[in-house]
Design a protein around this ligand. Structure first.
Ligand SMILES: NC(=O)c1ccc[n+]([C@@H]2O[C@H](COP(=O)([O-])OP(=O)(O)OC[C@H]3O[C@@H](n4cnc5c(N)ncnc54)[C@H](OP(=O)(O)O)[C@@H]3O)[C@@H](O)[C@H]2O)c1
Length: 263
């Protein structure tokens, strides 16, 4: 897909990976609609041509107005980037079910509903592809991570949705791409609904990927009509986990050892 003049709606665009994607796609000539709850933070992302929509992906009226405002401003919608998401670091036995539901509302159901709202507009487009859905998965949605089991579950669910949706929409020439970042330097860990990562992981944050690399990967993936983008490339090892489940699980258990969530 040639990104010039494409109309792209990005959720969770006020900071972190979403804002970096917005800047990268703007550089490549796309026209952008940016959504997040914090309107003030959105104001500093991208130039004056971007449409900014202060809204919550978990609220139906906000989802509807995000898509409607995008189409009203630009006359079309080519790409939906379901990026907004949140973490939850709690052991399964203790996790608050309201928090689990809130996380799934954002990480899965909000994304599904936005796809429903975006599809009728993509179906009106000409060209191959007529539109693309991008879902922000995670390595945690390919490799089960024990320090945030329920978050991992939400991203596995998103992966299942993504993969089936791609086949469902194939005959309509609407692409579906899964982004799978690994450990990324952003506010994600601090913004978690509850808990914090294991100390061993915190100490490794300096080795984490920067948001601009994820954004460049997303833009390249769209240009090449990719099905899945994994950043960093080492993350592809996660795709082979099932073949090596024993040793990989032992490494994950070691990282998780002695970890008391939230202490
Ligand atoms: N950082 C990582 O290590 C990592 C790794 C793999 C995957 N991911 C995924 O990448 C995505 C972005 O994460 P990030 O690292 O950029 O985290 P972040 O820095 O916490 O940014 C999250 C973004 O989502 C927005 N957001 C949160 N709740 C929202 C809601 N209810 N409605 C609309 N927007 C909402 C936030 O803005 P407002 O607060 O203004 O709404 C913010 O713009 C998530 O889906 C995350 O699961 C992150």
């Amino acid at each position: 897909m040639d990104l010039r003049d494409k109309v792209i709606l990005i959720t969770g665009a006020s900071g972190g990976i979403g804002a970096a994607c917005a800047r990268e796609l703007e550089r490549r000539g796309a026209r952008l609609a940016l959504m997040a709850r914090n309107g003030e933070a959105l104001a500093s992302v991208c130039g004056a041509g971007a449409l900014r929509i202060a809204g919550d992906v978990t609220k139906e009226e906000d989802r509807q107005s995000a898509v409607a405002e995008t189409v009203a401003r630009f006359g079309r919608l080519d790409v939906l980037v379901n990026n907004a998401g949140v973490g939850l670091y709690r052991p399964t036995a203790e996790v608050d079910m309201d928090a689990v539901r809130a996380m799934f509302e954002l990480n899965l159901f909000g994304a599904v509903r936005l796809v429903q709202l975006a599809l009728p507009h993509m179906r009106r487009n000409e060209g191959r592809p007529r539109g693309v859905i991008v879902n922000m998965g995670s390595i945690a949605g390919m490799l089960p991570l024990p320090w945030f089991t329920l978050y991992s579950s939400s991203k596995f669910a998103l992966l299942g949705f993504n993969e089936a949706l791609r086949i469902e929409l194939r005959h309509e020439n609407i692409g579906v791409m899964l982004m799978c970042p690994g450990y990324v330097k952003s506010g994600f860990q601090d913004n978690a609904l509850s808990g914090r990562p294991p100390d061993r992981l915190w100490r490794m944050k300096r080795f984490a990927t920067d948001v601009d690399s994820v954004a460049a990967g997303l833009a390249r993936g769209l240009e090449k009509n990719s099905k899945r983008v994994i950043i960093p490339r080492l993350g592809w090892l996660a795709a082979w986990r099932n073949a090596f489940a024993g040793p990989v699980d032992a490494i994950l258990a070691h990282l998780n050892e002695g970890y008391r969530h939230g202490e």
